[in-house]
Design a protein around this ligand. Structure first.
Ligand code: SF4
Length: 347
């Protein structure tokens, strides 16, 4: 069968599916965007429901983390270095961008490694890198620490809010979110390997399909999930870059500089063992990442907590598209193009 014939068959299968309703969660923000961009929801039978989960890095970063970054950025001689998305994420009272108006020193960077040149250029200044993300980006932060140590750069610290997938998947499965299958995050699995979801698949008798991000690949992955409903299996449908054990060198680099820790998720709260902190032996590079408090919403009507857990579609939030838009985000899910609310608004 040619690839095109196969794709036509998959599309027909998904369009005509008439079995029991199935709720499939994608736990990667890039999947959320790719699904919308490829018009996939419109190709599916009304029995197949796609739900976005907690896989967009800025969406799950708690307001207390933004508050702490703002505090640091207001200190004399200290500049916070961050990716652009994080600038607009609301803290409990304001965002980093708003804090700039009262003197916060903030600089946008495109890569954590930009920090090295910036710090070398002004050795008398202090820099704090805002290190957020999942297993995908943690090796880059480990590489940054490695470089800072090797090059004897002492004016940089990291404020981390790093998350790991298996524990939040376990929280979702045990929370009553009624998920029948998971589209597993391809980028995360490049680092962790597909094996990272085997425990949850077996424990909850749920299928996980590791997927890439192109339209045909996503459709094939969704079809696999429908066909394997009720089975505790992990299927790797992204074999060009993902294998069973992942990138061992990246895992070793993470392990050298970070240890597993509890982590606070926006709208969810503390999830035991679901994050990383810099190891005690490298504490000199930690800007005070431990002990973030539970999330505090700036706009009490924001329903990001329910959206992130797959309990409410973005459009049902009373603020969606009215006072909450990408230009004026009231919650983190509206900020990044990977956020569920931003994606729902844009497509
Ligand atoms: Fe929060 Fe805005 Fe999404 Fe509502 S639409 S859940 S306010 S981000």
């Amino acid at each position: 069968m040619s690839n095109n014939t196969e794709l036509v068959a998959i599309k027909k299968y998904l369009h005509e599916y008439s079995g029991p309703d199935i709720r499939i969660m994608e736990i990667c923000g890039s999947h959320t965007g790719a699904i919308a961009k490829n018009g996939i929801p419109g190709m599916l039978s009304e029995k197949i429901h796609l739900i976005s989960g907690p896989g967009c890095p800025v969406c799950v970063t708690p307001s207390s983390y933004v508050d702490r970054l703002i505090e640091l950025s207001l200190k004399p001689d200290t500049t916070v270095l961050t990716f652009g998305d994080l600038l607009r994420v609301p803290g409990s009272r304001e965002s980093l961008r708003e804090a700039e108006g009262r003197g916060a020193s903030v600089k946008m960077v495109y890569s954590p490694m930009d920090t090295v040149a910036i710090a070398k250029e002004a050795p008398d200044k202090k820099y704090v890198f805002a290190a957020i993300g999942f297993e995908t980006t943690t090796p880059v932060y480990a590489l940054l620490l490695d470089t800072l140590i090797k090059e004897n750069i002492k004016n940089v610290k990291l404020l981390t809010a790093l998350k790991t997938m298996p524990e939040i998947v376990d929280t979702l499965c045990s929370s009553g979110a009624q998920i029948d299958a998971f589209l597993a995050p391809g980028h995360v699995c490049v680092v962790t390997g597909s094996r990272v979801f085997e425990k949850a698949a077996e424990k909850y008798s749920l299928p996980f399909v590791v997927s890439g991000f192109d339209g045909p690949g996503l459709l094939a992955s969704i079809a696999m999930l429908v066909k394997h409903r009720g089975e505790g299996v992990v299927i790797n449908n992204y074999q060009s870059v993902v294998d069973h054990d992942g990138n061992v060198k990246a895992q070793e680099l993470i392990d050298k500089y970070f240890c597993k820790s509890d982590a606070v998720w926006r709208g969810i709260g503390n999830v035991p063992g679901s994050g990383y902190l810099i190891r005690e032996s490298y504490a000199a590079f930690d800007a005070g990442s431990a002990g973030l408090s539970e999330d505090e919403k700036r706009n009490k009507a924001c329903s990001c907590d329910k959206v992130i857990m797959g309990l409410m579609p973005p459009e049902k939030c009373p603020l969606f598209g009215k006072i909450c838009t990408p230009e004026n985000p009231q919650g983190a899910c509206m900020v990044s193009p990977e956020g569920s609310c931003n994606t729902a608004y844009s497509y």
